[in-house]
Ligand binder design. Sequence first.
Ligand code: TXE
Length: 491
Amino acid sequence: MNDYPMYIDGGFCEASDGGRFDSVNPATGLVWATAPAATEEDVDRAVRAARRALHEGEWATMTPTQRGKVLFRLADLVEEHAEILGSVETTDSGKLAVETRGQSAYVAEYYRYYAGLADKIQGATLPIDKPDMHVYTLAEPIGVVAGIVPWNAEMLLTATKAAPALAAGNTVVIKSSEEAPAPVLEFARLVDQAGFPPGVFNLITGFGEPCGRALTSHPLVSRVSFTGGADTARHVVVNTANNFAHLSLELGGKSPILIFDDADLGGAVNGAVAGNFGASGQSCVAGSRVFVQSGIYADFIDEVVKRAEAVRIGDPLDADTQMGPLATREQRDRAEAVIAESIAQGATLHTGGRRPDGFDAGWYFEPTLLACPDQDIRSTRVELFAPVMSALKFETEEEGIALANDTEFGLGSGVFTQNLARAHRVARAIHSGIVWINTYRAISPVSPFGGFGQSGYGREAGLDVMHEYTRTKAVWVNTSQEPMANPFVMR
Ligand code: TXE
C-alpha cells in the first residue's frame, strides 16, 4: 500500500483533519494507494502559500532566466523518472504503461518548451499618438494559478497547466483527480528536488467538494485552468464568479473522423482505431463518430472488426498489451447502458459491447463497433470515454462535413483522404479546435490544444497560451520638460 502525502508550501503534508481516501487499481478492482483528502483549510493554506511566493521571497525576485533554469531542472528529473511516473499512472488509471511511460518522458518536453520561453515574454514600446509621451507595456504574471486535472492524463495535463504558468512567473496550485491521485503525488517528489522556492508549486488531492470548489472560488486565485467534464465545468464557471479568475475549459467532446473513398484504407483504419481504442477510448479527443464514404464503407467495417477482435486486452503494465481496463466501474457501466440503448434505437453491433471473457476483476471492456443509421442514435451524441466507435455512412463531401459539424462539441477531428485540396477544404469547414489530416491523436507543446462550443474555451500548449498566463500593464511616461498641464481636460 502506498500512502502518499500532499505537497504544500515546499513540504509534504497530510490533510488538516487527517482524512484520506483510497485509490483503486482498475486492472484489479483493488485499493493500492491512499491520498490525503484536502479540506478547505488545506486549500486556503496552499493558495496563501502560492500568493506569498508570488510577491515575497526568492521566486518574486528571480530573473526570468533563473526561473527557466528551475523548469529545465524539473524537465530533466521528469525524464529520468519517466519509468516510475508511468508505472504509477498505469497502476492508478489503467492506462497502458507503454503509453504512460512514453508520455511521461515526453512531458519533460513541455517543461523544456516553456522553460525556454521564460525569458522571451516581452512587453512592447508603443508608437503612441501623443507628443512627449513614452508608453510601454509589461507582461506581468497573472497571479496564483489553479489547475484542476482529471484522471485520464494526469502528468500531461499537470504540465500543460503548470509549465506555462510557472514560466510566466506565476505560482501554482494543482488539484489532481480523486479517481487517480497517485501520479501527481509521485511527481511531487521531483518538484521538491527541482529547487522551486516554497509555495511556488503546490500539489493537492481531494474531491470536487470541498477541495475543487474551494480552490476555484478562492479570492486569491487569479486564473483557473480546468480539464474535465462539462457538468463540473458549469460549477467551475459559477465558482469563478466569486474571484473573477480568468478561466480556460477543456471539456472533451464527440470528435468526428471523416474517411473519404480515396483514403488509404490501412491508414484510415489505424486513425479510427487510435481515435477510439487508444487509451481504451478515454481520451478527450476520442474520434468516436466515424463518417465513412459509401464506396469504402463495407471494407472499413470489415477491417475494423478484424482489428478490434485482434486487440490484445490485458494487464496495462504488460508491454504486449494493447488495451487495458477503463478507469472506473462507472465508466464501464455507462458504456454498457448506452450501447444497449443505441442497439434498441436501431444501431447494429458489429463487435464488442461486452466485458471480455476471463476478466472477472477490473473494469475491462471489449473494443466495440456500432454501425449507426443516423445521429439520433445515443452513442453518436454522448461522450462515452470508453472504446466504442460509432460508424456512419455518407455520400458527398458536403454531406460528410454537415454530419461532422452536427454536434454541440468542437475539440478534435480527423480527415483521411489522398486529395490535397479536399484535405485543406475540409479542415477549414470543420468546426473544431484541432484537425488531424491522415493522422490522429498527435500532440505537442508547440501546438495549441483546445476546443469550441461545449468542448470549452481557452487553449493549452503553444506559444499563444503565454498571453493567458500574463496580464498586460501599460506604463505612461511624460518625457516633456513641462510640468503636467490643465488637470480638467483629458490629455
Ligand atoms: O470528471 P469531473 P469525471 C468527461 C468524460 C467523463 C466525464 C466525467 O466524459 O465521463 O467528464 O468525468 C474536479 N469544482 N471527462 O467525473 O467530475 C474533480 O475533482 C472544481 C473529459 O472524472 O469533471 C476532478 O479533479 N473542481 C475530460 C476534475 O474536476 C471540481 C477528462 C474533473 O472531474 C468540482 C475527464 C468542483 N465543483 C472527464 N467537482 C477531458 N476533457 O479530457 C469536481 N471537480
